[in-house]
Design a protein around this ligand. Structure first.
Ligand code: UDP
Length: 236
């Protein structure tokens, strides 16, 4: 690989981005650090970085094969992938198939209700504000994205949901909900960030056993085991 790892560009809660000698390419390094509730709860999950890197790489590859453009270029190591440099749009998109987490709380509904159709949401990406729920008018009026970008993001997100739901169903997993981030790269909108048990809720079909970050958020125990189980289902 003719590529040199350069300076640290950005360090987030779960990942570090490094520059490379190619201005269009960035190395995404996955840490074991875990945070929840706006980083009020902190900890580490052993080998989470390895699991999330491998699951994300597999998901991006799969989605690319389904015609969805992503920032993924290639895996580099256990914890690193090469990605296209993007300018992240400051919106966290979530799609929900089953009620859980924030939606259960906001609407006073019990977790586990299977929705009649998927629910698409935008959250403004701001740790200081706790990623508040917004609608497309907020995003447009504040210049976070254009109408065309929002249309594309919504369309792609539903495609991702259909593809991922089918992928995980084959592996005995219900995709409850998930968060996506998109970025701009040379005039294109690319799916970016990660797709992992940190950013998706995965329930084992039938038992509804949680196999995602809720085990950490809610102190349910068996956190590392859940991440390893998801990796096994993805690669196995
Ligand atoms: N999520 C995420 N990052 C966030 C907030 C949520 O990846 O900052 C994911 C979360 O793992 C879940 C989905 O987005 O799969 C929906 O989360 P929700 O809005 O219910 O918020 P939470 O309950 O995590 O506070």
């Amino acid at each position: 690989m003719m590529l040199t790892k350069g300076a640290k560009m950005y360090e987030g809660k779960a990942k570090i981005l490094y520059e490379t000698d190619n201005p269009d390419r960035v190395i995404q390094y996955f840490k074991d650090d875990a945070t929840a509730f706006n980083a009020q709860k902190r900890g580490t999950i052993l080998d989470k970085g390895v699991v999330n890197n491998k699951i994300s790489a597999a998901m991006f590859k799969y989605l690319e094969a389904q015609g969805i453009a992503t920032h993924f270029v290639e895996p580099l190591s256990d914890r690193e992938m090469l990605v296209k440099r993007v300018q992240i749009i400051p919106l966290e998109v979530t799609i929900r198939n089953i009620v859980a987490g924030g939606m259960a709380k906001m609407l006073g509904i019990e977790e586990g209700l299977v929705l009649k159709q998927p629910v698409f949401e935008y959250h403004y990406k701001s740790d200081a504000l706790g990623d508040p729920l917004i609608n497309d008018d907020h995003a447009l009026a504040l210049g976070m994205a254009t109408e065309q970008e929002l249309r594309l993001i919504r369309e792609r997100s539903f495609q991702v949901n259909d593809a991922l739901k089918a992928y995980f169903a084959k592996r005995g997993i219900d995709l409850v909900d998930f968060k996506l981030e998109f970025g701009r790269h040379k005039g294109q909108i690319l799916l970016a960030d990660e797709i992992s048990p940190d950013t998706c809720r995965f329930w084992e079909q039938g038992s509804r056993r949680k196999l995602d970050k809720d085990r950490f958020r809610r102190d349910l125990g068996g956190v590392e085991e859940a991440y390893q189980e998801m990796l096994k289902r993805v690669v196995g």
